[in-house]
Write a protein that binds this ligand. Sequence first.
Ligand code: ADP
Length: 485
Amino acid sequence: MKIEKSLLPEIYSQIFDSLADVVFMINIEGPDLYRFVDVNQAFLDITGLKHEEVVGRYVHETIPEHSLHLVLGKYKTAITEKRIVKWNEVTEYPTGRKYGEVTVVPIFDKKGNATSLVGSVHDVTPIREAEIHLAKTMERINDGIVSFDTKFNYTYVNSSGASYLGKKPEELIGKNYFDLYPEAAATPFANAYKTALKTQKPIEFRALYEPWNKWFENRIYPSVDGVTVFFLDITEEVERENELAHARKEAESAVVAKSQFLDIAAHELRNPVASLYLMLQVMDRQIQEGKTIEPERISELLLPATRLNRLVSDLLNLSRLEKNLLSMHFEVFDLNELLDRWTNEMKHVFPSRDISFIRLRHKVECDMDKVRIYQVFTNILENAIKYSHGSIRVKLEDAESIARFIVTDEGEGISEEMQKKIFDPFSRGGVDIKVRHTGLGLGLPLADRIVTLHSGKIIVKSEVGKGSTFIVELPKVQHEKNLSR
Ligand code: ADP
């Protein structure tokens, strides 16, 4: 068959060639027998073929083998169903990979027989490449990305998003969010999706997804078709932030406690030092004036000196305690006897106070560091004296392997909040307490440490305004072999 260079009049031929889309005309010569009768310049540019390599040749001679089956099938559909057929194709041309939207229109003669086909290919390569690039980018980012339609059916899920949800993207797409995760309905996440969709305004927030006990950062972008959500598991980050905030708070309160301690320590140390200094000045003057100093005057020096000695030794013990250097010297003694003697001494020292102790009828033999246990009892009883005005009851309970030393006062009591702190070094009752009571806030922390080194414990029961009971529970015999003796 002889084919003209172009079947179209010159003017149409020019338009035909100036089109950016590929256009071709095919004659139908029999079943699956199609011949190119005209193609435009765009066709030649894209395929890299010459006019004579296409026009006049059969389709099956021209187009690549692998796409032939698809193409012939579409032509057949257009002819038999007498309609326009469209499809997408990807073709490797000498000019590179091209994505095209192909349209084929069947042409019929007056008898209704299909005589030819007019085809066009719209090049969508830049759009498709951008889409592919975007999809690849979305797969690469760690954010989970999901898109919902307006009914909250999944329309897109990237692989990170699917793995956060413990599923494959294909298991989610088309499914409804609220059907799959009914527990999500009551969370801030579902509310935010709905709000974003309703208001058409993006929302960003971070929240705990309670059903999974995980924190997520969410960025929600609405459109009229639905919402797209970018989400990231930030649980570790939030936990780290919380730990940091906690550490910061602790450091701050340690700084406050230390500066309070310095205030108190300065105040506490100044008093006995000032007394000693004054008394010694007076004595010095008396000596210079040739006067004799009465022995009672010398004894008076002992009081502030003892206080100083006590404060310094508390500080020293605390520093040893913090370095784990507080050594123990265990010995066997009768605790009942010790307490009886000791309470009598205390009654002498504080004659105005009503201190009672009922001695048990039997020996309570204990294996403890006598000196340090004495220090513990003294601290607790002195506190009872310091922080109360009423009577004080001291008790010893002998319960098989355990000895309990109990001191009950009718004093100001200790609030629950303060009870948690009194064993921390430097913590003292109300800030103004230093005005009323002396002390460094070290007695109980030291006592607690000593008791712990005896495998025992101190229990506090107290009610503000009613009084306090301190119970020191100690095993009578130490089984630990690693305790120093
Ligand atoms: P200090 O008595 O030197 O302040 P402690 O460590 O012995 O230090 O006691 C810590 C704090 O515990 C005290 O400042 C006081 O607020 C509280 N406290 C201890 N014992 C009693 C008690 N029997 N009654 C009321 N408060 C007490």
